[in-house]
Design a protein around this ligand. Structure first.
Ligand code: SF4
Ligand code: SF4
Length: 374
């Protein structure tokens, strides 16, 4: 479907929903379209990221195919969402990577692995690479600390810059014409919705993650994965403090804070990723967009590889396999950061921006609702 056809189809379905409004209360998309009769491209892009793909409206709708109205809001909004990632990404040319996410990510990660291997071969002797080393600073004899920190810092900076600029472009397109005060007041409810993934609750009973039965599986798996990720971030931060503040060089003992946080965080991440992959595999494909499924799978598989390789380094760091495993892990980490702007990770700030607009509009409407006695 061409981009213009997709926009026309989105407008057609949203107009029917506006007239129907049976799903009001399921998620913030319906209050946002209430009484709307025209949908500009930016409105559609906003609504697509406000949708959490809970599939509640798919299960509730009486106009899904084979009804002539052929309403499939989750699939249509998912298709628009993929397009919005590419449209607002910075640099714009990188948006093409969303067309074939598996291939794009594999290419970037492959190049990062080759560069890491080349850097190690140029800086370390084969004996260091293939022998076992249990002493402090062993990791930095495989890849010197300035190279390791420089590559990680530069690739992370690239990811943060691209995602921040893409989010800024998206926000400028969808930002409501509201006073700054309304936006400030909206920060708290928006933050609550973002952190709790409230709308993955499908208005209370849960999402239709796999079929028509409501469940909280996706919400729980998502929370577990994010908690695990935060654990690994804390592990990296504490390791940096050990290194710079105390001069203690990795690898650290199994009972040290960086290892405990990294180990528990890694296992939690794998559990969350496993849960999300299982849901993705079992889910009804009809209310899905195939591109979004590919994007989800590519991101989850990459995240799983990064996590597994990190845990493998942790488990086998005292063996001769440490050198090669460390190269694999570092290459995957650098590749992960470089590819991050065109992975599913972009959905987090885009959805946050959409939730902020929804919360701001709700705040602005409160006095009117009070006056009407709603
Ligand atoms: S998804 Fe179907 S039931 Fe729900 S508001 Fe739209 S048309 Fe009505
Ligand atoms: S899939 Fe869920 S979040 Fe998306 S529009 Fe339907 S009810 Fe709302």
């Amino acid at each position: 479907m061409s981009s213009a056809d997709l926009t026309a189809e989105a407008e057609r379905q949203l107009r029917i929903c506006t007239a129907c409004m049976y799903c009001d209360g399921l998620c913030p998309v319906f209050p946002a379209i209430d009484n709307q009769h025209r949908f500009e491209l930016t409105d559609i892009n906003y609504l697509s990221n406000l949708c959490h793909n809970c599939r509640g409206c798919w299960s509730a709708c009486q106009y899904t195919p084979p009804h002539p109205f052929a309403i499939n809001l989750p699939a249509m909004l998912a298709a628009v969402r993929q397009r919005s990632y590419a449209e607002y990404l910075w640099p714009t040319a990188l948006g093409r990577a969303f067309r074939r996410p598996m291939l794009s990510i594999a290419l970037v990660v492959g190049v990062a692995l080759l560069f890491t291997l080349a850097a190690v071969l140029l800086s370390a002797s084969p004996a260091v690479l293939l022998g076992s080393d249990r002493s402090a600073g062993a990791f930095y004899r495989v890849l010197p600390w300035p190279l390791m920190a420089g590559a990680a810092g530069a690739s992370l900076l690239w990811a943060v810059l691209c995602i921040a600029l893409a989010t800024l472009r998206y926000w400028r397109a969808i930002a409501p014409p509201l006073p700054a005060g309304a936006l400030l007041r909206a920060l708290r409810p928006a933050l609550r919705d973002i952190i709790t993934l409230r709308h993955l609750g499908g208005g209370g009973p849960g999402c239709n993650d796999v079929d028509e039965r409501p469940s909280h599986q996706r919400r729980i798996a998502h929370h577990v994965m994010v908690a695990g990720f935060l654990g690994t971030v804390l592990s990296t931060l504490t390791a940096a403090i050990y290194h710079h503040a105390f001069g203690w060089l990795a690898p650290y003992p199994l009972t040290s804070l960086p290892v405990l946080l990294g180990g528990v965080g890694g296992v939690a991440m794998l559990a969350g990723i496993g849960g999300l992959l299982t849901i993705e595999r079992r889910a009804d494909q009809q209310p899905s967009d195939p591109h979004e499924v590919q994007l989800n799978l590519a991101f989850l598989i990459l995240l799983a590889l990064v996590t597994l390789s990190g845990l493998a380094v942790l488990a086998l760091r005292e063996t001769a396999a440490m050198g090669l495993l460390l190269i694999l892990h570092l290459g995957l980490v650098f590749g992960f950061f470089l590819a991050l702007p065109f992975t599913k990770a972009i959905h987090a700030p885009f959805r946050a921006a959409a939730l902020l607009r929804a919360a701001a509009e709700a705040e602005e409407a409160k006095p009117l609702a009070r006056k009407r006695g709603d």
